[in-house]
Write a protein that binds this ligand. Structure first.
Ligand code: ADP
Ligand code: MG
Length: 614
């Protein structure tokens, strides 16, 4: 038998590879616009016909190309933007793969006209299905013009799958918005069928948003700003009252690149949750600036899926920045944290020593003598905090004299011990805390009354417990008296096998029993009397939905599903000691103020608010 393996001709290989980069006219628009931005242009014009199916033209006044570069630009892996693999970790340009032009040229008829400022004449190259059909000198303005005609003309099957002009044009507009929104300093114009759609003058970000989405955005935007060692966050959020019924203007950008990030979306949704109706979506334009070393942009060929090395820190900072922005504009209900300080984050890095947290304690404060409360007035706005620092803010609410005497200020151990029984207290804590309607705990704090949402408090507590079991691999399991057999579908069984380790860490002791069934020998402690099948179904369902995420994200989600499931199954007929225990456990968590879904766990009614009632 003759040998049968042969190399594909370049044109075929290019066509196949092109499919990954160019799915529709909008993908070509994105690549061409990004190239124009990378070329340093400050005036970029986009022209489309038939939603880009017949023509996409991008004209820029950027650096242009030499004759040789113009020819080279159509080669696969031909790029001027990186030299070596290491450069991948310090990318400052939008492109770097050197694939876009090769891909576009493989599946369309392309004309390139380009001239550098220093050259007298320009170069005009025609390429069709990866073949250069003509190359000549030409007279043209400095900069570059790409015309892409008849996209997919040589792959009819592909062309057939393009959607209607209206749909494709919408995708083109989306790409145009994404590029225009990161480059407010560049003038952009957009013509569809020779009619101007946008002419956006160079300006600042707010002007750009208003120019793109209408002058009514002028008074709808609230600035967001947070600077830190790890990431800088800037941009705008829409005021809650203008939230829309469709997921419309929601944008994240990282280092000048539009990104999708469902995990971070969630931070926004959570911050807005209580401020907008359930079926409405917040508007946001959020820009992250982060050391390129901290991100991985290479995980998706079209580069919209970007991952941060430390997703959770970015999440915490984003929530903080957004809540602070909402707070500043008096949009969120106020909690009595001290206002005015910028949030601190425990962002650890290898080269920096860890600093022991400090606690600020007011030594003159005695909750049982001074009714008015010192320091925190009711006018303070909610000051979002992350992890431990929140806990530090909570502590003075409970701080008692005896506790202070036992332990000098500055000892972090105190944090873990906010409820330490105190014999000198004139009133026992148990008398101070009671439940309301089996839903809430009411207790007295320095500045008034604190209400705790029991269900959400439990979710927070369990979430952190599960998360730590998952991370340490040490979950508590209790053996079932009678092992049960549970039946699943093939797909479900596959998922269970995939997350078997995690489930074991949570305390599920299960064995495969063939035919997609499992025997359950042990369950997480505390899950007694619960329908295990139900819990596992929930876990599977959640896992399916979140399966695109990173491992960290999956772990977090798993912990969340478990927590929500279990908290939902609690009876809230608590004895007084149980109430106190719940409070203690809540305030020993990283973020007692919010549930894993970002909902408020704690609310404080200030004395002044109570006084107002009389
Ligand atoms: P990449 O952008 O990933 O480098 P492309 O295939 O998009 O790959 O472009 C290849 C090269 O062609 C770029 O690296 C750049 O040097 C050059 N190029 C493309 N478009 C332009 C333009 N509008 N102006 C100047 N140079 C360009
Ligand atoms: Mg490019």
């Amino acid at each position: 038998m003759p040998d049968i393996i042969h190399l594909l001709p370049d044109s075929v290989a290019n066509q196949i590879a092109a499919g990954e980069v160019i799915q529709r006219p909008a993908s070509a628009v994105k690549e061409l616009l990004e190239n124009a931005v990378d070329a340093g242009a400050d005036d970029i014009k986009l022209v489309v016909k038939n939603a880009g199916k017949t023509l996409i033209q991008v004209i820029d006044n950027g650096c242009g190309m030499s004759e040789t570069d113009a020819r080279m630009s159509f080669e696969r892996h031909a790029t001027s933007k990186i030299q070596q693999a290491n450069d991948l970790f310090a990318i400052q340009t939008l492109g770097f793969r050197g694939e876009a032009l090769a891909s576009i040229a493989a599946i369309a008829q392309v004309e390139l006209k380009t001239k550098r400022v220093e050259d007298e004449t320009g170069t005009c190259i025609q390429v069709e299905a990866s073949k250069v059909t003509s190359q000549e000198m030409c007279a043209c303005a400095s900069g570059t013009s790409f015309s892409v005609k008849n996209l997919f003309y040589n792959i009819p099957a592909r062309r057939k799958f393009l959607k209607s002009d209206t749909t494709e044009l919408r995708h083109v507009m989306d790409e145009f918005h994404r590029v225009a929104l990161v480059q407010p300093g560049i003038r952009f114009s957009f013509y569809n069928e020779s009619r101007p759609v946008y002419d956006l003058p160079a300006g600042n970000l707010k002007q750009r948003i208003v120019a793109l989405f209408g002058s009514n955005f002028n008074n709808r935007l609230v600035p967001v700003a947070l600077e830190s060692d790890v990431v800088n966050i800037s941009g705008f959020i829409g005021k809650p009252e203008f939230a829309r019924k469709t997921r419309g203007e929601q944008f994240f950008f990282t280092n000048g690149r539009y990104i999708r990030h469902p995990y971070l979306n969630h931070a926004l949704d959570a911050a807005f949750k209580e401020l907008i109706p359930n079926d409405a979506f917040p508007t946001y334009f959020i820009y992250f600036k982060i050391d390129p070393k901290e991100i991985d942009i290479n995980i998706h060929p079209t580069k919209t899926e970007v991952n941060f090395q430390n997703n959770q820190v970015v999440y915490a900072m984003l929530s903080s920045a957004v809540r602070q922005a909402l707070g500043k504009f008096n949009i969120t209900p106020s909690l009595d944290f001290e206002a005015g300080q910028s949030p601190e984050f425990p962002a650890f890095s290898k080269d920096k020593p860890a600093i022991q947290p400090q606690i600020k304690v007011d030594p003159d404060y005695n909750p049982f003598k001074s009714q008015g409360g010192t320091g925190s007035s009711g006018s303070g706005t909610f000051k979002p905090q992350s992890g431990r620092s929140v806990q530090r803010e909570w502590e003075p609410l409970f701080q008692t004299e005896a506790l202070r005497n036992q332990q000098p200020p500055g000892q972090p151990e105190v944090q873990q011990n906010i409820s330490a029984k105190n014999t000198d207290e004139p009133i026992e804590r148990s008398n101070l805390a009671f439940t309301l309607n089996q839903n809430y705990i009411v207790t007295r704090v320095k500045s008034g009354l604190m209400l705790i949402h029991m269900q959400r408090a439990m979710e927070r507590i369990l979430f952190e417990e599960f998360l730590s079991s998952l991370r340490s691999g040490k979950g508590m399991s209790q053996q079932t008296l009678f092992p049960v057999t549970l039946q699943f579908t093939a797909q479900e069984a596959a998922i269970l096998k995939e997350i078997q380790n995690n489930l074991r860490h949570l305390g599920f002791d299960m064995e495969e029993f063939g035919d997609n069934s499992f025997i359950l020998n042990g369950t997480p402690t505390g899950l007694n009397n619960t329908d295990m099948k139900d819990v596992l179904d929930n876990i599977i369902e959640n896992y399916k939905q979140e399966s695109a995420g990173t491992t960290t994200l999956k772990t977090v989600n798993l912990a969340k599903t478990m927590a929500v499931n279990m908290a939902g199954r609690h009876k809230w007929n608590l004895e007084p000691e149980e109430v106190n225990a719940l409070i203690d456990r809540l305030f020993a968590t990283e973020a007692p103020e919010s549930s894993p879904d970002g909902k408020a766990v704690v609310r404080i009614i200030n004395l002044s608010e109570i006084e107002d009632k009389f």
